[in-house]
Ligand binder design. Structure first.
Ligand SMILES: C[S@@+](CC[C@H](N)C(=O)[O-])C[C@H]1O[C@@H](n2cnc3c(N)ncnc32)[C@H](O)[C@@H]1O
Length: 505
């Protein structure tokens, strides 16, 4: 088969993909090297309110302000310290010795001055290196961030992509509400544009409309046909420009408004980006049928923009709510046109017990965030808020918050997830200890294996929780409860006041 025909067939058979899981694992295992035309990423950093908001909007449960979501916790753990070394080894493997040396001294200094940013940079470094490998030689990467970390990120990108492949620092200016009283208002984001090589694709025809003010002040001539134009002596000859032709965009964009809280397409993600922003990026460096990857796809703005512009797409997110949001968005915007199974697949969310086993197996194998994927899945599935506490605190994997009285006092059920093949009654005793130490009203164990009779007895002995007043005054709930993965797949949930409301309605 001629190569061109082969390529066309491959393009036609291409199925878009949504992946649930840690992007490092997924990019390494599922995405071939040199296969992507554009990567856009808007990684979380201090965007904790993101998950909290989307959680409470979509699950319908309250979350305390200070609760830190699993996908935005930056602590310099022992594992992160190991990752510093791993990244150094990878740089050596890539023959990037100069940056490797810099990396060692940089990270050593940051350990003492800013360990939070260091933890974030290690996380980003490992992923950006893999992203570079996934790009075709003609491909580009756009990284969206803000002033909190942009100065560090640019150094990282210079080191991984090479200073010579830096193309632009785009300043996206917006004007949303809220202004501080003691400094200038921060009203811009930064988007770094790097290409993989010097031979990158740039859409030479891409133009944006001139602003009205610009047209008024610059287009002062009339051509022979009576059309308004601008005549300029450019590169050795006189040229004529027309307002309707548009202009090559600047590296500062002030004509794309941020999504205000009333916007029609707002989905509840505080960090949701406007479609127009993504469309501009996609149009500038890709053609129809090119492949666009967003490894932190949130509520899927990149996916929607790529679909609108007839590009192929791949989205990855570690949060299951995000995957379901994107599926809903596709259904609403492209009914019958974009169908699951035919036009895109969802990978990584188990729906059978065999797939749960696979997820546990993958979690045990992963060296990355993916090692907690079974916990994340189980917690999210029962409507819990997946938390950051991986160790200490007796291993709280998440919490379900609910109101315990008419005054809306928050109560919580702490969750512990066990993938063990064999369970012991001591798990329940430990859980009760953790519940009491954390002032939690209730505790839930989610296990892969079936609980023993002794465990069930321990739960019964832990007593009952009673609501003070309200709809369920005098109702009683077991303080400690167990659900297996199989129960969850069959739709069972913990017995809590709000799940009884759901059942009632
Ligand atoms: C700032 S949001 C992206 C918002 C997106 N640009 C939009 O317009 O909707 C960051 C996303 O990254 C996801 N995330 C965090 N860590 C991740 C990881 N290791 N792998 C995949 N996704 C991750 C979070 O769940 C969150 O949805």
């Amino acid at each position: 088969m001629p190569a061109e025909q082969n390529r066309t067939e491959q393009k036609n058979n291409y199925i878009n993909k949504l992946f649930y899981g840690d992007n490092l694992d997924i990019m390494e295992d599922k995405i071939p090297d040199n296969s992507i035309d554009l990567i856009y990423l808007d990684p979380p950093f201090n965007s904790n309110r993101n998950y909290n908001r989307i959680y409470s909007t979509n699950v319908g449960q309250p979350v305390p302000e200070e609760a830190i979501a699993f996908c935005d916790a930056w602590e310099l753990t022992e594992e992160k310290e190991e990752d510093i070394k791993t990244f150094y080894d990878k740089l050596i493997l890539d023959d990037n010795e100069n940056f490797a040396k810099f990396w060692l001294s940089w990270t050593e200094a940051l350990k003492y001055s800013n360990s939070k940013i260091l933890s974030y940079l290690v996380f980003m470094a490992l992923r950006l290196r893999v992203m570079r490998n996934k790009l075709k030689d003609t491909g580009s990467l756009f990284l969206h961030c803000d002033a909190t970390a942009s100065h560090y990120i640019k150094i990282l990108l210079d080191g991984i992509f090479g200073i010579k492949n830096f193309r632009n620092e785009i300043v996206w200016c917006y004007s949303n509400s809220g202004r501080p009283k003691n400094r200038f208002a921060s009203k811009h984001d930064i988007i770094f544009f790097y290409s993989k090589t010097n031979n990158y694709f740039w859409n030479k025809d891409f133009r944006v409309p001139y602003s009205e003010d610009y047209i008024k002040s610059h287009f002062k001539h009339i051509d022979d046909d009576g059309r308004i134009c601008r005549k300029r002596y450019d590169a050795g000859k006189w040229r004529t420009y027309y307002p309707e032709d548009g202009m090559i965009p600047n590296d500062w964009w002030e004509d794309i408004a941020s999504l205000n809280s009333m916007a029609k397409d707002r989905l509840g993600y505080p960090t949701q980006k406007p479609l127009k922003l993504l469309e501009r990026i996609i149009k500038s460096v890709t053609k129809e049928d090119d492949v666009v990857l967003d490894p932190f796809c949130g509520c899927g703005t990149t996916i929607m923009a790529a679909q609108n512009l007839k590009r192929k797409w791949i989205g990855i997110d570690i949060c299951m709510l995000s995957v379901s949001l994107i599926e809903n968005r596709l259904k609403e915007n492209y009914p019958l046109v974009v169908m699951k199974g035919r036009d895109y697949t969802v990978d990584g969310i188990p729906i059978t017990i065999e797939q749960v086993e696979e997820l546990i197996h993958k979690s045990e194998k992963s060296r990355n965030e993916g090692r907690y994927q079974f916990q994340y899945w189980a917690v999210e599935k029962v409507g819990g808020f997946a938390s950051t506490k991986k160790s200490g605190d007796g291993g709280i994997d998440g919490s379900i918050y609910f109101y315990k009285d008419e005054k809306k006092t928050l109560a919580k059920m702490i969750l512990s997830v066990k993938s063990n093949k064999k369970l012991q009654a001591s798990f329940i005793r430990d859980l009760i200890g953790t519940m009491n130490n954390n002032d939690a009203e209730m505790a839930g164990l989610i296990s892969y294996a079936k609980p023993t009779q002794e465990m069930i007895n321990e739960c019964k002995n832990a007593g009952r929780f009673k609501m003070k007043d309200g709809l369920f005054a005098d109702y009683e709930f077991d303080r400690v409860q167990i659900l297996t993965a199989e129960d969850i797949l069959n739709g069972r949930r913990f017995d809590l006041p709000y799940t009884r409301i759901l059942k009632k309605s």
